[in-house]
Ligand binder design. Structure first.
Ligand SMILES: [Zn+2]
Ligand SMILES: [Zn+2]
Length: 137
């Protein structure tokens, strides 16, 4: 099974071998800014499962917190992935082609939630990271 995706303008494309890991909606202020939205939706990805299939050299990176970089297309602005210590850690669900096969399991950083957005689903909500969050966690 291979999951594919890419940015809005199509310059940058990626492929992921196998299934995606745990997915979440993150309401932190950095995700809200980076995505221009109420929250971000990311799924965890094993670094060895990831490969860039087009435009790898175009990727722009922004270090939003120590050890973490957000990867985005400098041409169209799509946020694509997050790196931890230089390795792929997560993919933005919104850039996946078709069905990513996973669904966000919880909301996190709801303490930073946008005042104009109301969470109306039944998923668990955590004020910051949930217990044990992270690669393999
Ligand atoms: Zn693009
Ligand atoms: Zn966030």
């Amino acid at each position: 099974m291979t999951i594919t995706g890419g940015c809005l303008c199509g310059a940058i494309r990626y492929a992921i071998t196998g299934a995606l890991g745990q997915a979440d909606n993150c309401h932190c202020s950095m995700c809200r800014k980076a995505h221009g939205a109420a929250f971000s939706s990311y799924a965890l990805v094993a670094p060895q499962a990831w490969r860039w299939t087009a435009g790898a050299e175009l990727c722009a990176r922004y270090r939003s917190s120590p050890g973490y970089e957000r990867v985005f297309c400098p041409r169209c602005g799509s946020p694509l992935a997050v790196l931890h210590e230089g390795e792929i850690m997560g993919v933005t669900l919104g850039t996946v082609d078709g069905d990513p096969g996973v669904r966000p399991a919880f909301h996190m950083f709801v303490a930073s939630k946008a005042p104009w957005f109301e969470i109306t689903d039944e998923l668990p909500c955590y004020p910051a990271y949930p217990p044990g969050f992270g690669p393999g966690g």
